[in-house]
Design a protein around this ligand. Structure first.
Ligand SMILES: NC(=O)c1ccc[n+]([C@@H]2O[C@H](COP(=O)([O-])OP(=O)(O)OC[C@H]3O[C@@H](n4cnc5c(N)ncnc54)[C@H](O)[C@@H]3O)[C@@H](O)[C@H]2O)c1
Length: 316
């Protein structure tokens, strides 16, 4: 990776990935954005930024040409709960956008990273230790775009030799940018509310397990996969990765260990609950471990300590 374009650089992942890459790579790391979500502060001041709407193939091609881009991180998407409210737009951005990126990559010889998700699985998928290669029949538009995106990524690799790589992210927990409307957002909100209010109303039912990951591990996964030796990769789109699986009572208990007065009640959001129940409880990530040495650093307790420390310093 030398010159890098990040499409969707101002979202939850992009905000941190852009800074991470700028701190670790010498070449241009271009922050692509749409005018409705322009970069600010450090993100704007620390490197080049360009308007790149993923639905506009010309804008992608012009930016790739201008900065001699060799790697594209495609982070533009509508997340699961938002995509259910706007399914047509979710398809247009998720699949139409990915097609534009892959076509530009084919013409200009770029490598492409596009995240998939635990949302690429559905109710027919084995729920515990979900295998790498298994049934993928999701019932949400988010899931439909993710499965189709995985297939399109593999197609462009096999048919045209485009270096496409991807992971299925679980819910990502971070303390820099807020999440963009996903089903796992509660596991970020709970830390903010613990610090700000000392109490949290949980929208997901007790006992609902989902895979989650702390953002530093997610950043590490993206870079490690894109730097991996291609001859070792038997899979490409998309690798299961995992670091922790928990249900609301477990994250509540982890926070309570650090903040004994913290309280939690429930007010279940039916749409998010339905989506959560259709997703796996935990993924088997042994292929990622074998093919590119994936290994996470954080568990629930170490993440909780770090989240509370960072947020307390910022919010208090
Ligand atoms: N955050 C998570 O927990 C999580 C989990 C699994 C997978 N993912 C995947 O990772 C990727 C990034 O997720 P995120 O959490 O950063 O999402 P986000 O909603 O926080 O950010 C999405 C970004 O896309 C941009 N965008 C929207 N429409 C666009 C368009 N037409 N052209 C260009 N950019 C556009 C938004 O401005 C935003 O910067 C998505 O593919 C998402 O499905 C995220």
């Amino acid at each position: 990776m030398k010159n890098i374009l990040i499409i969707g650089s101002t979202g939850q992942i992009g905000t941190e990935l852009t800074m991470h890459l700028r701190n670790h790579y010498q070449g241009n790391v271009v922050a692509g954005y749409i005018p409705a979500a322009a970069p600010k502060g450090e993100l704007l001041e620390s490197g080049p930024a360009e308007v790149v709407d993923i639905t506009n193939a010309q804008q992608i091609a012009d930016t790739v040409e201008k900065y001699d881009i060799d790697t594209i991180f495609n982070l533009a998407a509508l997340l699961s709960a938002v995509a259910e409210a706007k399914p047509q737009l979710a398809w247009h951005i998720g699949l139409g956008g990915l097609f534009n990126v892959l076509e530009v990559a084919r013409e200009k010889g770029c490598a492409v990273f596009t995240p998939s998700s635990i949302g690429a699985f559905g109710p027919g998928t084995p729920k515990d230790k979900t295998p790498q290669d298994t049934v993928q029949r999701p019932q949400t538009m988010y899931g439909v775009t993710k499965v189709a995106g995985e297939l399109l990524g593999d197609y462009y690799h096999k048919r045209f030799g485009v270096d496409t790589r991807s992971v299925r992210f679980p819910g990502l927990i971070s303390n820099v940018a807020l999440p963009g409307g996903g089903t796992t957002d509660y596991a970020v909100d709970i830390y903010y509310k613990a610090i700000q209010d000392g109490s949290f109303v949980c929208p997901i039912k007790a006992g609902t397990f989902m895979d989650m990951m702390y953002m530093p591990d997610a950043l590490h996964a993206m870079v490690q996969l894109m730097e991996a030796d291609p001859t070792r990769l038997k899979h490409r789109n998309s690798f299961n990765i995992a670091s922790m699986s928990f249900e609301p009572e477990m994250i509540y208990a982890a926070i309570k260990k650090e903040m004994p007065d913290f309280t939690m009640t429930y007010e279940v959001d039916e749409l998010r609950q339905q989506i959560a129940e259709s997703w796996p409880n935990s993924l088997d990530d042994s292929c990622a471990r074998e093919e590119w040495d994936w290994s996470p650093t954080y568990d629930l307790d170490s993440m909780t300590r770090d989240m509370l420390e960072k947020l307390s310093a910022r919010l208090k």
